[in-house]
Design a protein around this ligand. Structure first.
Ligand code: ADP
Length: 256
């Protein structure tokens, strides 16, 4: 594994205060016997708070499986995951659902907005469903960071793809999650809208202090991240801290 800066040695889950999420010995196998696919082969990973991390790797390398296990959407076969100092492996389904609702934000490739609701209603919906109060100051902060002030009364069909994804990001951020997982968030956007959305994701990290983990296969998208985790064949090959474009490109080349 390549690391461009000294990293602390992996420790058990104690004392993870500076970490938004971590994994130890994570394994995930699909199928059995001859048909078994080892999607994760013992992943150790520490994701610090307040960073924008991209997860990159060839198609089928385990990016989505890793993200789903870190987010508590999929159960690993072995190893442990902690998010915001809570060990997820071992929580029952109800506790896991509550934890995700309270502490984790999601942004998907398809924006998943409700068409009959305005942008503002879409942003507020998860908090309402959780029975939590929407803090107007917090809403204003997120809306302004994402440049949505003059779009709040529009329905999704009246917004561009980039604007719809910004609404989805605002929805993920407004509850102040400990970590936001974004799965190919620019996969349905043209290059101009992609740049805009990625720029706003980066602002949410730099200006609002959020932690964002983004799965992407696009070098141009990863360039917006602070750090890049490179995965190949279910194994972490590198955790690059603030890599240059050249280092990132050559590390990805080696991972193929
Ligand atoms: P990536 O996101 O990097 O494209 P995935 O995590 O989706 O990779 O998949 C990793 C490996 O696990 C691939 O070989 C894929 O075919 C396999 N895989 C993923 N999901 C399933 C599933 N539900 N059933 C069987 N195999 C799966």
């Amino acid at each position: 594994m390549t690391i461009t800066q000294p990293q602390p040695q992996p420790q058990p889950h104690a004392n993870t205060g500076a970490l938004a999420a971590s994994a130890r010995g994570l394994t995930r196998t699909y199928g059995r016997g001859d048909a078994a696919v080892h999607a994760l082969r013992g992943v150790d990973l520490d994701l610090p708070r307040g960073r924008f991390t991209a997860i990159m790797g060839p198609s089928g390398s385990g990016k989505s499986t890793l993200m789903h296990c870190l987010a508590g959407l999929d159960a690993a076969d072995g190893g442990t995951v902690a998010v915001d100092d809570v060990v997820l492996t071992g929580l029952d389904d109800t506790a896991l659902t509550l934890f995700r609702r309270e502490r984790v934000g999601f942004v998907f490739q398809s924006f998943n907005l409700l068409p009959m609701l305005t942008a503002e209603q879409n942003i507020a919906l998860p908090l309402e469903l959780a029975g939590r109060r929407l803090d107007p100051a917090r809403l204003a902060e997120v809306v302004d960071t994402l440049g949505l002030r003059d779009r709040l009364s529009h329905r999704p069909s009246e917004l561009s793809g980039g604007q719809q994804q910004r609404v989805a990001i605002a929805r993920a951020l407004v509850a102040q999650p400990a970590i936001v997982f974004a799965d190919e968030p620019t996969g349905n956007l043209d290059s101009e809208s992609s740049a805009e959305v990625l720029g706003f994701l980066r602002r949410s990290v730099r200006e609002l202090g959020h932690t964002v983990v983004m799965v992407t296969h696009e070098l141009s998208a990863a360039a917006y991240a602070d750090d890049v985790v490179v995965i190949a064949d279910g194994t972490i090959r590198a955790h690059l801290v603030s890599p240059t474009a050249e280092v990132l490109a050559s590390t990805l080349q080696d991972a193929r």
